[in-house]
Design a protein around this ligand. Sequence first.
Ligand SMILES: [Zn+2]
Ligand SMILES: [Zn+2]
Length: 152
Amino acid sequence: MPAPKDLGLELIGVPQGAELDLQLRMESVSEGVLVSGTVTGPLVGECGRCLRPISDTLDVPLQEFYAYEHSTTDETTDEDEVGRLQGDLIDLEPALRDAVVLSLTANPVCREDCLGLCPDCGVPLDELPAGHTHEQIDPRWAALSQIKTSEE
Ligand SMILES: [Zn+2]
Ligand SMILES: [Zn+2]
Protein backbone atom coordinates (compact mmCIF):
# COMPACT_ATOMS: atom_id res chain seq x y z
CA MET A 1 0.00 0.00 0.00
CA PRO A 2 1.23 3.54 -0.59
CA ALA A 3 2.46 5.30 2.54
CA PRO A 4 0.08 7.87 4.03
CA LYS A 5 1.13 11.46 4.61
CA ASP A 6 3.44 12.32 7.55
CA LEU A 7 4.34 8.74 8.39
CA GLY A 8 7.30 9.40 10.64
CA LEU A 9 8.99 12.11 12.62
CA GLU A 10 10.35 15.52 11.79
CA LEU A 11 13.79 14.33 10.67
CA ILE A 12 13.03 10.86 9.37
CA GLY A 13 10.08 9.02 7.93
CA VAL A 14 8.53 7.17 5.03
CA PRO A 15 7.97 9.46 2.04
CA GLN A 16 4.31 9.93 1.22
CA GLY A 17 3.22 7.49 -1.47
CA ALA A 18 6.26 5.22 -1.05
CA GLU A 19 5.42 1.56 -1.34
CA LEU A 20 4.91 -0.13 2.02
CA ASP A 21 5.04 -3.87 2.14
CA LEU A 22 2.70 -5.32 4.73
CA GLN A 23 3.18 -8.96 5.62
CA LEU A 24 0.22 -9.48 7.89
CA ARG A 25 -1.63 -12.39 9.27
CA MET A 26 -5.15 -12.15 10.57
CA GLU A 27 -6.36 -14.50 13.21
CA SER A 28 -9.93 -14.74 14.29
CA VAL A 29 -10.24 -14.87 18.04
CA SER A 30 -13.40 -14.91 20.13
CA GLU A 31 -13.71 -11.17 20.58
CA GLY A 32 -12.33 -9.98 17.29
CA VAL A 33 -9.39 -10.21 14.95
CA LEU A 34 -5.73 -10.19 15.82
CA VAL A 35 -3.53 -8.69 13.13
CA SER A 36 0.18 -9.36 13.35
CA GLY A 37 3.15 -9.21 11.06
CA THR A 38 5.76 -6.83 9.78
CA VAL A 39 5.85 -3.67 7.75
CA THR A 40 8.77 -2.78 5.54
CA GLY A 41 9.42 0.20 3.35
CA PRO A 42 11.88 2.93 2.50
CA LEU A 43 12.93 5.58 5.00
CA VAL A 44 14.46 8.90 4.19
CA GLY A 45 15.68 11.56 6.53
CA GLU A 46 18.34 13.96 7.47
CA CYS A 47 21.24 13.46 9.85
CA GLY A 48 20.53 15.41 13.05
CA ARG A 49 24.19 16.39 13.31
CA CYS A 50 25.48 17.12 9.81
CA LEU A 51 22.17 17.46 7.89
CA ARG A 52 23.29 15.07 5.18
CA PRO A 53 20.51 12.94 3.69
CA ILE A 54 19.98 9.50 5.18
CA SER A 55 18.26 6.61 3.55
CA ASP A 56 17.37 3.53 5.47
CA THR A 57 14.89 0.70 5.49
CA LEU A 58 11.92 0.46 7.74
CA ASP A 59 11.26 -2.98 9.18
CA VAL A 60 8.89 -2.99 12.12
CA PRO A 61 6.68 -5.54 13.78
CA LEU A 62 3.01 -4.73 13.96
CA GLN A 63 0.46 -6.31 16.25
CA GLU A 64 -2.98 -5.00 16.85
CA PHE A 65 -6.25 -6.39 18.08
CA TYR A 66 -9.53 -5.28 16.56
CA ALA A 67 -12.68 -6.03 18.49
CA TYR A 68 -15.97 -7.05 16.90
CA GLU A 69 -18.79 -4.60 17.23
CA HIS A 70 -21.04 -5.47 20.18
CA SER A 71 -18.49 -7.86 21.64
CA THR A 72 -17.70 -7.62 25.36
CA THR A 73 -14.46 -5.89 24.48
CA ASP A 74 -16.37 -3.40 22.38
CA GLU A 75 -18.64 -2.64 25.29
CA THR A 76 -15.99 -2.48 28.00
CA THR A 77 -13.12 -0.61 26.35
CA ASP A 78 -12.53 2.71 24.73
CA GLU A 79 -11.98 2.97 21.02
CA ASP A 80 -8.66 4.67 21.72
CA GLU A 81 -7.43 1.62 23.62
CA VAL A 82 -8.65 -1.13 21.36
CA GLY A 83 -9.39 -0.80 17.66
CA ARG A 84 -12.73 -1.83 16.23
CA LEU A 85 -13.67 -3.75 13.17
CA GLN A 86 -15.82 -1.57 11.00
CA GLY A 87 -18.04 -4.15 9.43
CA ASP A 88 -15.46 -6.38 7.73
CA LEU A 89 -12.95 -3.58 7.50
CA ILE A 90 -9.94 -2.76 9.58
CA ASP A 91 -8.43 0.68 9.75
CA LEU A 92 -4.77 -0.19 9.93
CA GLU A 93 -3.44 3.31 9.65
CA PRO A 94 -3.40 4.28 13.37
CA ALA A 95 -1.61 1.03 14.33
CA LEU A 96 0.78 1.43 11.42
CA ARG A 97 1.54 4.99 12.42
CA ASP A 98 2.20 4.00 16.06
CA ALA A 99 4.48 1.13 15.10
CA VAL A 100 6.47 3.25 12.66
CA VAL A 101 6.80 6.29 14.92
CA LEU A 102 7.86 4.12 17.89
CA SER A 103 10.58 2.48 15.82
CA LEU A 104 12.15 5.75 14.74
CA THR A 105 14.61 7.90 16.58
CA ALA A 106 13.90 11.60 16.94
CA ASN A 107 17.55 12.30 16.31
CA PRO A 108 18.76 10.16 13.42
CA VAL A 109 22.44 10.21 12.47
CA CYS A 110 24.09 9.26 9.20
CA ARG A 111 26.47 7.09 11.22
CA GLU A 112 27.13 6.60 14.91
CA ASP A 113 30.36 8.57 14.95
CA CYS A 114 29.19 11.45 12.79
CA LEU A 115 31.08 14.49 13.97
CA GLY A 116 28.54 17.02 12.80
CA LEU A 117 29.32 20.39 11.34
CA CYS A 118 32.06 22.85 12.11
CA PRO A 119 30.24 25.54 14.10
CA ASP A 120 32.15 28.26 12.27
CA CYS A 121 31.98 27.31 8.61
CA GLY A 122 29.14 24.75 8.57
CA VAL A 123 31.20 22.17 6.66
CA PRO A 124 30.94 18.57 7.92
CA LEU A 125 33.96 18.05 10.17
CA ASP A 126 34.82 14.70 8.62
CA GLU A 127 35.27 16.40 5.25
CA LEU A 128 37.77 18.83 6.72
CA PRO A 129 41.43 18.15 7.49
CA ALA A 130 42.25 17.05 11.02
CA GLY A 131 42.91 19.98 13.29
CA HIS A 132 40.66 22.26 11.24
CA THR A 133 40.38 25.57 12.98
CA HIS A 134 39.31 29.13 12.29
CA GLU A 135 41.85 30.81 14.47
CA GLN A 136 44.06 31.69 11.52
CA ILE A 137 42.05 32.05 8.40
CA ASP A 138 43.89 31.27 5.24
CA PRO A 139 43.45 34.28 2.90
CA ARG A 140 41.81 32.03 0.27
CA TRP A 141 39.21 30.91 2.78
CA ALA A 142 38.66 34.49 3.88
CA ALA A 143 37.87 35.42 0.29
CA LEU A 144 35.51 32.48 0.00
CA SER A 145 33.65 33.34 3.17
CA GLN A 146 33.18 36.88 1.89
CA ILE A 147 31.65 35.58 -1.31
CA LYS A 148 29.34 33.41 0.75
CA THR A 149 28.30 36.31 2.94
CA SER A 150 27.54 38.61 0.04
CA GLU A 151 25.39 35.90 -1.56
CA GLU A 152 23.21 35.64 1.50
ZN1 LIG B 1 25.89 13.01 9.93
ZN1 LIG C 1 35.21 25.37 9.99
